[in-house]
Write a protein that binds this ligand. Structure first.
Ligand code: PMP
Length: 427
């Protein structure tokens, strides 16, 4: 099982049988509240009828078409719809199947762009500590999670990491963007000075680090990164696999923070989790550079058998319709203060060291149990599911919440009450 303690799972399996809206039903019929929207992906809630119908209809019409040398309507329609949600200037889309593929695709596009410009020496990438960019070799290399890297060899060469932006002493219990930490972007200047900009292809960050604990960017940090990238001609890639499609109350975090990157990686929420799909939105300047060679040349020698799979694209189009028709991004924005106030009620619960909230996402740090790192977080997650009818995400001793964007004030209260009881029980 992926990222799961297999032997512990066998002792007390957590099995899910079906889902609807904000809830799962487990294998014995218990209704369980989904506090993490699948895995940060089911932003419109589960098993939404229009998405189910669109997948069914598409499966009956065109199950598959080869994406190499052939195309089909839903892929182009989806690409256009995604690009329309992105900041101006980001208007071309490459489709793949997951966040990990989106990250590796973006890194390869950056290298292909450098090559096309006669800048083949610009091959370095700069990621960030506590960055999560999926599990491909590119992603674990630019990512900053020791556990994801330590037993898998060297990864890509030529990677540096910015410092992460979290400092509990200065930021504890922050709602939204911390005031402290924008200056940490200046570390990019130091790395550029060390290597010379002429060796660096791109910088990649999550605008808000999600999987490593919900770490919102300090106020002004992303703008400073953008300015430094501009000064040295570095491409800036935002990995919006979690923040895309409404998690922070906007189509993309780029819009919330008013900073436009050169590429955006997306996945998860694009189909509301119903069918695997990911992609990269690319600035027109990058696209145009790749189109400058001879007409018969292949501009980007990269692709997947399931790039733009018809079922995924149909699910994506239906999900984007739902987000628009139900105003779910605006709704998330409106619910943000309600969510923040409710989650902050856990301040003072046993072992809670810090709580961070932004949009409809929250990270809750617990004091490690003497039994070992991660033991307390795991115990809360297990108790929440088995005894308190709640699914939360845990990574080490940090709990994460990111409910479907359809959640209302009552269910937010229920979520927090159940989590409170699970934390109390685990203590
Ligand atoms: N990037 C980010 C920011 C993510 O949060 C994730 C998944 N949590 C990924 C990439 C990888 O996505 P996937 O699991 O679909 O490969």
């Amino acid at each position: 099982m992926p990222f799961t303690a297999n032997r512990a799972f066998k002792r007390a399996p957590r099995l899910i049988a079906s889902a609807e809206g904000l809830h799962y039903r487990d294998d014995v019929g218990r209704i369980v509240l989904d506090g993490i929207a699948g895995l940060w992906c089911c932003n419109a809630g589960h098993n939404r009828a229009p998405i189910v119908a669109a997948i069914r209809e598409q499966a009956g019409r065109l199950d598959y078409a080869p994406p190499f040398q052939f195309g089909h309507g839903p892929a182009f329609a989806l690409a256009a719809r995604v690009a329309a949600l992105a900041p101006p200037g980001l208007d071309h889309v490459f489709l793949c199947n997951s966040g990990s593929e989106a990250v590796d695709t973006a890194l390869k596009i950056a290298l292909a762009y450098r090559h096309a410009r006669g800048e083949g020496g610009r091959t370095r990438f700069i990621g960030r500590e506590r960055g999560y960019h999926g599990v491909g070799f590119g992603g674990i290399s630019v990512g900053g999670l020791p556990n994801n890297r330590s037993v898998f060899g060297h990864g890509l060469s030529g990677i540096d990491h910015l410092p992460h932006t979290y400092d509990r002493a200065r930021q504890a219990f922050t709602i939204g963007e911390p005031e402290w930490g924008a200056h940490l972007a200046d570390e990019l200047e130091r790395i550029v000075a060390l290597h010379d900009a002429a060796t660096i292809a791109a910088v990649i960050v999550e605008p808000m680090a999600g999987s490593t604990g919900v770490l919102p960017p300090p106020r002004g940090y992303l703008r400073r990164l953008r300015d430094i990238c501009d000064r040295h001609g570095l491409l800036l890639i935002f990995d919006e696999v979690i923040t895309g499609f409404g998690r922070l109350g906007y189509a993309f975090a780029a819009e919330r923070y008013g900073v436009t990157p050169d590429m955006i990686c997306f996945a998860k929420g694009v189909t509301s989790g119903a069918v695997p799909l990911g992609g990269v939105i690319v600035a027109s300047s990058i696209h145009e550079q790749l189109m400058r060679g001879p007409e018969q040349a292949i501009e980007l020698f990269h692709g997947y058998t399931y790039s733009g799979h018809p079922l995924a694209c149909a699910a994506g189009l239906a999900a984007l319709d739902l987000y628009r028709d139900e105003g779910l991004f605006e709704r998330a924005r409106a619910m943000e203060p309600v969510f923040a106030e409710a989650v902050m009620r856990l301040r003072g619960a046993p072992n809670v060291l810090d709580i961070r909230t932004v949009g409809l996402a929250a990270g809750i740090d617990l004091a490690p149990d003497p039994a070992g790192q991660g033991a307390r977080g795991f115990a809360v997650m297990e108790r929440a599911f088995h005894d308190h009818d709640l699914v939360v995400r845990v990574s080490g001793d940090t709990l994460a919440l990111s409910p479907p964007l359809t959640i209302g004030a009552d269910d937010i209260s229920t979520l927090v009450e159940r989590l409170d009881r699970a934390i109390q029980a685990a203590a």
